[in-house]
Design a protein around this ligand. Structure first.
Ligand SMILES: [Zn+2]
Ligand SMILES: [Zn+2]
Length: 370
C-alpha cells in the first residue's frame, strides 16, 4: 500500500493565528490571537486550511445568540474545518505532521454518564467551537485531541474535508431515522443539511427521497444532487393539504416511511406529521423557533416514532468521510465559492443573502490560489 500523501509541513513559527472575531451582533474584526500550544500529550496542532460557514455562524453574527447561548465576550466564529497537522503531542500515534484532517469541533468531558454511554453529543460539559464562550476555527492554528482529528483519504481534498462536519450532522440524522433499503423518505428543507440528508438517505438505500422546499432553485439543485422527487408547498395551503399533495406527487399514498425536518420551520414540521405514514418515523434535525404549534394528535394516532437529532456521535465522522471517499455523496457540488480569509465577512454576507449553498473560507496561512 502506498504511504498516505502528506502535505508539506507548515512551519508554525512562520504561521499567523489571525482570527475572524465576532465582537457583538454585526460587529466583526480580524485579530491576531495568541498561538495555541499543545496542552496535552494527546493533542494535535492543526493549521486550518478551509472552513465552511454554517447557518449557526451566520445567526451568531446577526443576533449574537442562539437560544440560551449568548456571545458575551469576543468569539472566533467557525466550526466546519479541515486542516494540516503541524505538530503532535508525545502520546499521539496514527497522526503526524503533514497529515490532512477533518476537525470534529466539539469535545465532550469523557466522564459524564452521556459521554460514558457513547452519546457524547449530549454532554452538558461539551466544549464546542464557536458556541459561546468557546472560540471557533476561523483561525490560523487549532489545537484538538487527536481522536477528534480524522485523517482524510488521499482521494478526499481539504475542501471536501471542510464539508465533513455538515455531512456528519446529516449522517447522525439519518441514523436516528434508522432508514432501511427500499424505504421512502421525505426531507423538509433543501439547505446544506437537508441536501446532505437526502444524499445520505439514498446511500442508505432509500428508494424514494422527496425534497421539499419553498425555493425552486434549491429544489432544482436537490433533484440533481440526490432527490428522486421534489415538491414546493403551496402558500396559503394547510399542512394536511400540502402533505396530501406531496404524497400524491411522490407516489406515496400511505405516506412516507420516514420524514426528516431539516428546516426548523413551523409549517414544515406540521406538514411532516401529516406526511409520515402510520407507524412511520419522524426526526427533527432543523432548528427554528423554540416553541411551535405541533400536530400531536397525528403523532399519537399514527403511532409515529419521533426523535430529535443533535450534532453527531460515535462513528458519524468516519461514515461521513467514507461516503465522500466512496463517491456516494459528492460534497464538492455544494461548494458555491471559496474565498481568501480576508473576505470572511463578505462570505458571511453572501450566505445570509441566501444565494449560495456552502461558502468556504481559506485559512489565513493557506496560500491556495483562489
Ligand atoms: Zn454547522
Ligand atoms: Zn460528558
Amino acid at each position: 500500500m502506498a504511504a498516505a500523501a502528506k502535505a508539506a509541513v507548515p512551519d508554525k513559527d512562520k504561521m499567523s493565528n489571525l482570527s475572524f472575531v465576532l465582537n457583538a451582533p454585526r460587529d466583526v474584526c480580524f485579530a491576531e490571537q495568541p498561538k495555541p500550544a499543545l496542552g496535552d500529550a494527546h493533542d494535535v496542532l492543526v493549521a486550518v486550511d478551509y472552513t465552511g460557514i454554517c447557518g449557526s455562524d451566520v445567526h451568531y453574527w446577526q443576533h449574537g445568540s442562539i437560544g440560551h447561548f449568548v456571545v458575551r465576550d469576543p468569539m472566533v466564529l467557525g466550526h466546519e474545518s479541515a486542516g494540516t497537522v503541524v505538530e503532535t503531542g508525545s502520546a499521539v500515534t496514527g497522526l503526524g505532521p503533514g497529515d490532512r484532517v477533518a476537525l470534529e469541533p466539539g469535545s465532550g468531558c469523557r466522564r459524564c454518564p452521556d459521554c460514558r454511554a457513547g452519546r457524547y453529543n449530549l454532554c452538558e460539559s461539551m466544549v464546542f467551537a464557536a458556541t459561546p464562550p468557546h472560540h471557533g476555527t476561523l483561525t490560523g492554528l487549532w489545537v484538538a485531541p487527536a481522536d477528534l482529528c480524522y485523517r482524510l483519504p488521499d482521494t478526499v481534498s481539504l475542501r471536501e474535508g471542510a464539508l465533513v462536519e455538515p455531512l456528519a450532522v446529516a449522517v447522525h440524522i439519518v441514523r436516528q431515522a434508522g432508514i432501511r433499503p427500499g424505504q421512502s423518505v421525505a426531507v423538509m428543507g433543501a439547505g446544506p443539511v437537508g441536501l446532505l440528508c437526502a444524499a445520505v438517505a439514498r446511500a442508505h438505500g432509500a428508494a424514494t427521497v422527496v425534497s421539499v422546499d419553498i425555493v425552486q432553485a434549491k429544489l432544482d439543485f436537490a433533484r440533481r444532487f440526490a432527490a428522486t422527487h421534489t415538491y414546493m408547498p403551496r402558500p396559503r395551503t394547510s399542512p394536511p393539504d400540502n402533505a396530501a399533495a406531496i404524497r400524491a406527487h411522490a407516489g406515496l399514498p400511505r405516506g412516507a416511511d420516514v420524514v426528516i425536518d431539516a428546516s426548523g420551520a413551523e409549517p414544515s414540521i406540521q406538514t411532516s406529521l401529516h406526511l409520515v405514514r402510520m407507524g412511520g418515523v419522524y426526526v427533527q434535525g432543523g432548528m427554528g423557533k423554540a416553541d411551535i404549534s405541533f400536530p400531536i394528535m397525528a403523532l399519537c394516532l399514527k403511532e409515529v416514532t419521533a426523535r430529535g437529532s443533535f450534532r453527531y456521535g460515535p462513528g458519524d465522522y468516519e461514515l461521513a468521510i467514507q461516503l465522500i471517499a466512496s463517491g456516494q455523496v459528492d460534497v464538492k457540488q455544494l461548494i458555491s465559492a471559496v474565498v481568501p480569509f480576508s473576505q470572511a465577512e463578505e462570505a458571511f454576507r453572501r450566505v445570509q443573502e441566501g444565494q449560495v449553498i456552502k461558502m468556504l473560507i481559506a485559512g489565513p496561512n493557506n496560500d491556495d490560489n483562489i
